[in-house]
Design a protein. Structure first.
Length: 431
C-alpha cells in the first residue's frame, strides 16, 4: 500500500474510533488491523548497517576482508534481505554478508555497505580505507651493520625500518595480502657473548618487535609467511648436533608449535618460500649433491626436484666469515621467489656460468627463461606486484651489490639503490 493510501486509511480509522459507537469501534478496530498489516512498511524503521573490515590501511595491493554481520533490523518482524557492497574504487558492486576485495592502487577509498530489510527500507554505513604505494623491503649496511630498509618500487623514498645499533638484521619478509606485519632475522647476543640469528616480527615501520625463536645455540633465518599470516616457514641449524645440517621448519606466527619439515643428515635445506595459495613450499637443497630448487607440500611431503641439473641453483654462498655464526661452507644467501599468481618461480643459477644470473620457470620446473646475462653476479630475486618485474641484487654497477629490477618481457633493467651493500628484496608477496 502506498504512503498516501496508508495515511488516508489511518485518518478514516481514527475518525471511526473517536465516534465511540459499538459498530464504529468494531469497524475501526478492524481497519486498524488492516492498517498495521498493510502499512507495516510505512511505519517500519530503516535497518542499521555496520561495516567491519580488516585491515583498514596498508600498501597496495591490499586485500581487505569486509564483514556486515553486525548489521541488524530494529523492527519486531524485520529481516535483512540484502547486503550490497561498493568498494569505492570503481569496481563492480558485490552482494553478500561478507566480501573480500583487493585494492590495486594507492589512495583513500570509501567503502559503502547498504542493507535492505523485508519492508524495503535501506540502511547505509561508510568506512574509509587508506592504501599506500607498494614498497620493497630490503637489507642494507649503509648505516654500518645491516638493518631493514624500505623504498618505493621505483627506488624512491628510501627509509630505514629497523634501528639496531649493532648486529645485523637480514632477510625481511612482508606478510602478504594484509601487508601489515614484517618478519626478519636479527643477530642476538647470548649471555656467553656468542651471537646467533633469531626470528622477529614487527610492524612494517619497525615498531613493536617481537622475538619468535630463542635457541641460543642455533640460527633461525630466511622467514616466509603463509598467505593468511598464521604460519612462518624458516631455515635453521637447530638439529646440527644430530645431523650436522640445516633444515626447514614451520611454526605458528607467534613462535609456538614448531614442526620439522625437512632435515637430512649430510645435506642442507635453505630459503623456504611458501606459495601464494599456501599449499607449497619452494626451497633450495643440496641433497642431490649440488644445490637445486625443490618444492614440497606444506606438511613436508611430496618433495620434487624441479631444476634437476648439474649446476647450482640458489647461490651465492654465505659462510661463517660473512657473519652467520656456525654456517657451513655453502649456504644459499638467496632462494626461490614465487610470482604473485603462483604460476612461476624466480631463482638464481650459474648454469650460464661462471657468474650468477636470474632465471624464471614454471612452478613445475618447465619453460626456464634466463632474465639476466651480464658478466656481473645477479642473484636474490624477488617478484614485484603485478608479476611483470623482478627485483634482484647485482654487482653490475661495480663495487658493492645493489638492488635492481628487470622487466620479465623486455628484460629492461633499472638500478634502484646506490648506497652501501643492499640485499634480500622483499615486498608484495612472500620472497
Amino acid at each position: 500500500m502506498s504512503q498516501g493510501g496508508c495515511m488516508k486509511l489511518m485518518k478514516h480509522t481514527m475518525r471511526l474510533l473517536k465516534l465511540g459507537r459499538k459498530a464504529s469501534l468494531t469497524l475501526g478496530l478492524g481497519l486498524l488491523a488492516v492498517v498495521l498489516a498493510g502499512c507495516a512498511a510505512f511505519f517500519a524503521q530503516a535497518p542499521i548497517a555496520i561495516i567491519s573490515a580488516t585491515p583498514t590501511s596498508g600498501e597496495a595491493p591490499l586485500l581487505v576482508g569486509f564483514d556486515g554481520s553486525g548489521s541488524f533490523d530494529p523492527n519486531t518482524n524485520g529481516v535483512l534481505t540484502k547486503y550490497q557492497w561498493d568498494f569505492g574504487d570503481g569496481s563492480a558492486l558485490a552482494l553478500g554478508v561478507t566480501q573480500s576485495h583487493s585494492y590495486k592502487a594507492n589512495g583513500t577509498f570509501i567503502a559503502t555497505l547498504k542493507v535492505t530489510n523485508n519492508f524495503g527500507k535501506v540502511g547505509v554505513d561508510l568506512l574509509p580505507l587508506t592504501v599506500g604505494k607498494p614498497s620493497i623491503f630490503f637489507s642494507s649496511d649503509r648505516g654500518g651493520n645491516y638493518n631493514i630498509f624500505r623504498m618505493d618500487t621505483n627506488g624512491g623514498n628510501q627509509a630505514q625500518v629497523t634501528n639496531y645499533a649493532s648486529r645485523d638484521a637480514l632477510w625481511p619478509a612482508l606478510l602478504p595480502n594484509t601487508r601489515d606485519r614484517l618478519a626478519y632475522s636479527h643477530e642476538v647476543q647470548n649471555p656467553d657473548l656468542t651471537t646467533r640469528f633469531q626470528l622477529f616480527t614487527s610492524q612494517v615501520d619497525g615498531t613493536l618487535p617481537a622475538q619468535l625463536t630463542t635457541q641460543s645455540s642455533s640460527n633461525s633465518i630466511q622467514p616466509s609467511w603463509s598467505p593468511n599470516g598464521s604460519k612462518i616457514a624458516f631455515a635453521s641449524d637447530r638439529d646440527k648436533a644430530s645431523c650436522g645440517c640445516w633444515g626447514i621448519y614451520l611454526m605458528n606466527s607467534d613462535g609456538t608449535g614448531t614442526v620439522t619439515l625437512r632435515v637430512q643428515s649430510g645435506s642442507n635445506n635453505f630459503a623456504p618460500a611458501i606459495s601464494p595459495d599456501g599449499k607449497k613450499i619452494a626451497f633450495a637443497s643440496n641433497s642431490s649433491g649440488n644445490y637445486e630448487i625443490y618444492t614440497m607440500d606444506l606438511d613436508g611431503t611430496g618433495v620434487v626436484n624441479i631444476t634437476n641439473n648439474t649446476h647450482n641453483d640458489g647461490g651465492p654462498q654465505l659462510t661463517d666469515s660473512d657473519g652467520l655464526p656456525g654456517a657451513p661452507s655453502a649456504v644459499p644467501f638467496s632462494g626461490p621467489s614465487w610470482s604473485p599468481d603462483g604460476t612461476q618461480i624466480a631463482f638464481t643459477s650459474n648454469r650460464d656460468g661462471p657468474d650468477l644470473d636470474v632465471f624464471i620457470m614454471n612452478a613445475d620446473g618447465t619453460n626456464v627463461i634466463q632474465l639476466t646475462s651480464s658478466s656481473a653476479d645477479d642473484y636474490d630475486p624477488f617478484w614485484l606486484p603485478g608479476g611483470g618485474e623482478v627485483a634482484f641484487v647485482s654487482t653490475l654497477s661495480g663495487g658493492s651489490p645493489q638492488l635492481w629490477k628487470i622487466n620479465t618481457t623486455s628484460h629492461a633493467q633499472v638500478q634502484l639503490t646506490s648506497t652501501g651493500t643492499n640485499l634480500n628484496a622483499a615486498g608484495a608477496k612472500n620472497p
